[in-house]
Design a protein around this ligand. Structure first.
Ligand code: NDP
Ligand code: OXD
Length: 313
């Protein structure tokens, strides 16, 4: 019985070391490096697996996605009918919370203005609103957004959120298409933590930006996206930054990654760019999660965090 590891963009050596440490008795093979018999593969541990791979494994039982977002796995037109388990892990949530809070505070504390003044050796202060004057809205209120929201609430920000379905929360929740305009109209800093699905693709467009609050303490809204690049219409975001319709933005994800050097976003005003690093999966933490799930599954217990294919996340 073999578990096959297939990861794009990341080096597999740290992963295989972590797996062998967490589960010494198991057989782990790396796609493209180790020899393996496709008939013996029972589990795949995947980050952006090549299309068709999963279908070629006749005895595959479970796919463990090594990240939280499963858009790359679900994009495989030949996806076999096996459960796909996504990553839900405190380590990942904590990293995302750090990044989200860093970006919210960066824009809130007018950091572009002060960095610009520093380059010009200018000593000049600006009126600083207080956190409780700012309305942070989470577009998507799942595991990661709820974790970040707790910290922003502690910092004093007003927080509200938008999701697909009703749920019990500690913040005001707007739901579905009907709730979206009211949600946007109350939002000074928008934080997108949505999965990429047919319903969310290109949701971050000029129309949405035009509906954000313009009466807030920062004078114009800020857009933060760590969900997926496919949520963005990048030309619209660029135009909004250039026109001032957006006061600033922070983007960790892009329609094309790596972001090509020729992309004009690199030179957009008031834009923070990070290279899809807001919450990088940590091999040791993820490995513990996967190995625990495998053991539970083999004891006949239910897998957790199984993706709902009809919903797309
Ligand atoms: P969850 O599945 O826990 O949360 C997703 C949220 O989005 C839910 O609140 C869900 O609503 C909402 N949602 C989905 N579709 C819609 C829709 N059509 N309309 C309104 N709301 C919608 O995901 P996570 O919080 O764990 O992760 C979110 C995303 O973050 C991942 O899918 C991934 O793309 C991205 N990510 C990026 C990373 C990075 O490094 N940049 C790292 C990790 C994740 P409901 O609650 O009703 O289901
Ligand atoms: C994820 C990611 O989805 O790292 O976990 O993007």
């Amino acid at each position: 019985m073999t578990a096959l590891l297939t990861i794009a963009n990341w080096s597999s050596s740290r992963w295989i070391d972590a797996l062998e440490e967490a589960a010494p008795g198991r057989s782990f093979k790396r796609l493209g490096i180790d020899e393996f018999d496709p008939e013996e593969v029972r589990y795949v541990l995947a980050w952006k697996p090549p299309e068709g791979l999963l279908k070629s494994l006749p005895n595959l039982e479970v796919v463990f996605n090594l990240g939280a977002g499963v858009d790359a796995v679900l994009a495989d037109p030949d996806l076999p009918d096996v459960p796909i388990v996504r990553l839900v892990d405190d380590n990942l949530s904590e990293r995302m919370t750090e990044w989200v809070c860093l970006q919210v505070l960066f824009h809130f504390r007018q950091s572009f203005t002060y960095l610009d003044q520093q380059r010009k050796a200018q000593w000049r202060d600006h009126l600083q609103p207080i956190a409780s004057d700012l309305r942070v809205g989470f577009l998507g209120y799942g595991v990661l957004a709820q974790h970040a929201a707790k910290v922003l609430l502690q910092l004093g920000f007003q927080v509200h959120a938008w999701s697909r379905s009703e749920k019990d929360t500690d913040v005001t929740l707007y739901v579905g298409d009907l709730g979206l305009p009211s949600f946007l109209g109350q939002t000074d800093i928008l934080v997108a933590l949505l999965p990429l699905t047919a319903s969310t693709r290109h949701i971050l467009n000029a129309d949405l930006i035009g509906k954000l609050a313009r009466d807030g303490a920062l004078g114009a809204p800020v857009l933060i996206n760590a969900g997926r690049g496919g949520l963005q219409k990048e030309a619209d975001i660029l135009a909004a930054l250039q026109s001032g319709a957006l006061r600033g933005a922070s983007l960790d994800v892009f329609e094309e990654e790596p972001l090509p050097a020729t992309n004009p976003l690199w030179h957009a005003p008031n834009l923070v760019i990070t290279p899809h690093v807001s919450a990088v999966s940590d091999p040791r933490a993820v490995t513990r999660y996967v190995v625990t799930q495998m053991a539970a599954y083999e004891r006949g217990e239910a897998l957790t965090n199984v993706v709902d294919r009809a919903r797309g996340y």
